[in-house]
Design a protein. Sequence first.
Length: 342
Amino acid sequence: MSETLIRPRIEARPLAERLADKAPLLLVPLLMLGGLVVTGNPSTWATLTVAGLAMGLMIFIMASGLTLVFGLMDIINFGHGAFVAVGAFIGFTVLTWLSGWTAHPSVLMNLAAMLIAITVTMLATGLMGYGFEKVIIKPVYGQHLKQILVTMGGMIIAQQLIHVVWGPDALHLSRPLALQGSWVIGDAAIEKYRLVAVGIGLALFVAMRHVLKHTKVGLLVRAGVENGEMVEALGYRIRRLFLVVFMVGSALAGLGGVMWGLYQETITAHMGSEIMVLVFIVVIIGGLGSVEGCFIGALLVGLLANYTAFAAPKVALVSTIGLMVVVLMWRPQGLYPVVKAK
């Protein structure tokens, strides 16, 4: 029998369906164009846009691990904010130890101090994720109500431990000397740190997308999201894959905590639970399990929050929730949902 006869027939998708899949890619440029119209000043628009992109990409760093945990493990982890807060405080401790490097006029020493803080934080929160999954998550697999309760309890315990180790007061987290201040381009003031945050967020997105699309580990993760039972039937240990994904998600939350702490320049034990509102909004907008959807959703949230804070400060408080409502009315499962095989 010829290869032509046994090759499965692949039907072309309708043009309308293919265009609908591309539609979410236009949301960010359209929102940026709308921001330019609302601000009416290119310099103000540039400042707000860079700030919005930086904010969005930092939220993406925290949300990307959570969306994989949601999509792959079917776990509702309300304790994700604990890793954000602990990561911020560990980063604070390391940067305090390296204060001689962060205050040095050398850009290389400043960046080296930041790299060391990020590395130590990600390792520590990754190991914390290992213990969290083993002790708190593992006994409640498949039980969503219990997952909500125990993970919320885990976050409360982590907050109290932060009080014990670092104290109950808010702490000031200084940026390295080279990342302080702004560059003035024309009439626009662009903060140095925000550009660095944009660079780190974009690099992480490209790296995650490459791993998920072009490596065997990424193939197993995507296959596990769609049909975990089939992956197990092929001889792969899906539970071990779950654990690795959870640890990576925890490490990314720790990285996001350091970045957000340097962004706000103030850290508290409750910062994780506060930022989790935006993180969950991004995960829901993007579609559970979708890194691309999470990326677009984070950019939309960051840009919209900054534009509305400038144009209508009172509206800014509810703008992100309004965005989520609009997106879900258009696409009830999110921008790019990962649908599990039944």
